[in-house]
Design a protein around this ligand. Sequence first.
Ligand SMILES: Cc1cc2nc3c(=O)[nH]c(=O)nc-3n(C[C@H](O)[C@H](O)[C@H](O)COP(=O)(O)OP(=O)(O)OC[C@H]3O[C@@H](n4cnc5c(N)ncnc54)[C@H](O)[C@@H]3O)c2cc1C
Length: 425
Amino acid sequence: MNAVLKDSPVATVDPRFTVCGSSFSLTDEQRELIDLAETLGRTRFSARAAEWDREATFPMANYDDMRQAGLLGLCVPKAQGGLGADITTYALVSATIGKFCGATALTFNMHACSSMWPGILSDALDMTAEQRAEHERHRQVHFRRIIDDGAIYAQPFSEGTAAAAGRAPFGTAATKVDGGWLINGKKIFASLAGSADYYGVLCTEDKEGRSVRDSLYLAVPKDAPGFQIVGDWDPLGMRGTVSRNLTFKDVWVPDEAQMMPRGVYFQAASRWPHMFMTLSPTYMGIAIAAYEFTVRYLRGEIEGMGPPVKRRMYPTKQITVAEMHILLEQTRALFLRAFGEARVDPPKDVRLRAYAAQYTIMENANRLCQLAIRTCGGQSMLKSLPLERLYRDSRCGSLMLPWTAELCLDRIGREALYEPGEGDD
Ligand SMILES: Cc1cc2nc3c(=O)[nH]c(=O)nc-3n(C[C@H](O)[C@H](O)[C@H](O)COP(=O)(O)OP(=O)(O)OC[C@H]3O[C@@H](n4cnc5c(N)ncnc54)[C@H](O)[C@@H]3O)c2cc1C
């Protein structure tokens, strides 16, 4: 395991492992990685979070720490020098980071998926022997950049159309040319804009009658001619993600830029549904942070607020904490179960549970923050404390495509009532 912080202070790790609970069965590697994320979060990310949020700037210092700790290679296979995390391990680490800095956890999702999708996810999908060999060559290029150069990857797929919901082909087009691809189009909400070294762009191969099956996943270097970052970034929450817009005008990338072979992204999206759940650990972390803040606040343990004032003796506070506790347990139970059963071609009940888990985590994170502010009271929403940031950050969770809260309801309702191919006439 190379995930060790060289200049780390003595670890002040919370032994309660609040993301999974003390009785959850962890491997030694998972335990070590959660410990590492907890230490970084507690000793570094927590104190910096307010500044990224206030200034709407990318948490680069956190990425420097994660790079040094080996975490940028979390989902890079061990054979390529990474930590070889599976999706559950990724979820546990990401949620742990999310307790301390939502913007770091959310952007880390985009970076980590850039090696998870070409890595373990692609390993489970069908490819011809030729495709598999070509993919192996291509992905080595990306893995080497992350492991050897500490490169950061973004993952822009949103375009403000039905494409990001998986209901239409991406408008951004890639035309095959000798030795590579020419990309033209536009992306919105590209987290890590201006801070990533590579942008893993979801686009569609430019050909007659193109469909969602023709999706491509191409890595564009930050300095590629014709690539531009445009627009402002001044949102309600998740301000440190710096999710500005991108434009591509005849941007050339070589063949090795292909992060998944032709047709494999579509196959993944159809057969590996949990790939779209990876944003939810960030919000699981936020939910835990809101609950923990509330308990400490009501116990009079929050520092920097003058002489401690306890509020825990009021029955209404106790009832709200109980309500929050139940919500948190329900959320955490679905989170752990859904990630634990992630796999290719899951049966229907597992697929529906993944939608239910995503919906529950995203909605309950915000609900927990609302309850936290209501019961802690006016002083708790001052910007000198983290709760109002948690509240704003949590609001964005259910807006994340392709599995927004609305679209999860849509999918559950439809798939519960109709078998594939079934109609009403
Ligand atoms: C902080 C933050 C960071 C982000 N980072 C990234 C990133 O790194 N990469 C990236 O690609 N995107 C990113 N996004 C974008 C995000 O995933 C969504 O694409 C974006 O929030 C959609 O905004 P919109 O107004 O275009 O939504 P719309 O597409 O207009 O959707 C609005 C709502 O309508 C519903 N809806 C959408 N399509 C359908 C449909 N076909 N049928 C029924 N209902 C539908 C959904 O519930 C959705 O919430 C980020 C967003 C935020 C807030």
